[in-house]
Design a protein around this ligand. Structure first.
Ligand code: FES
Length: 117
């Protein structure tokens, strides 16, 4: 591993072109906060992970994340550097995010979730 001295954000070499964080949290049934897992997240993220591998999209990072803090809006994933939050519900939604955003660089407007703190 090389240590790189950077003085601005632009100087920092980027490991990935885009990086997906997907919430894998599964809480027990009846938990007051609910969870992305209860809302069907795992098969969606597994599909996403398999698709990235199958298409050899090495420039896209994928991280199985813990709770992203907005459980009732799930299943939730966020894509950086754009900082776009998506709440896909079906395998087809995952395919569209891969094709349109992760490969094509365009927003999948219908699946965007706008969150506020
Ligand atoms: S459980 Fe997924 S955002 Fe909290």
């Amino acid at each position: 591993m090389n240590v790189h001295v950077a003085s601005t954000f632009e100087d920092v070499p980027q490991l990935y072109k885009r990086h997906v964080f997907a919430c894998y949290t599964q809480r027990p049934a009846g938990h007051p906060r609910g969870s992305c897992g209860q809302q069907g997240a795992q098969p969606l993220w597994d599909r996403l992970s398999r698709k990235l591998e199958a298409e050899r999209l090495g420039e896209v990072g994928f991280t199985a994340a813990g709770c992203l803090g907005f459980c009732s809006a799930g299943p939730l994933m966020v894509v950086y550097p754009e900082g776009v939050w998506y709440a896909p519900k079906t395998p087809e939604d995952i395919d569209e995010i891969v094709e349109t955003h992760l490969k094509g660089g365009e927003l999948v407007e219908r699946l965007v979730v706008v969150l506020s703190r």
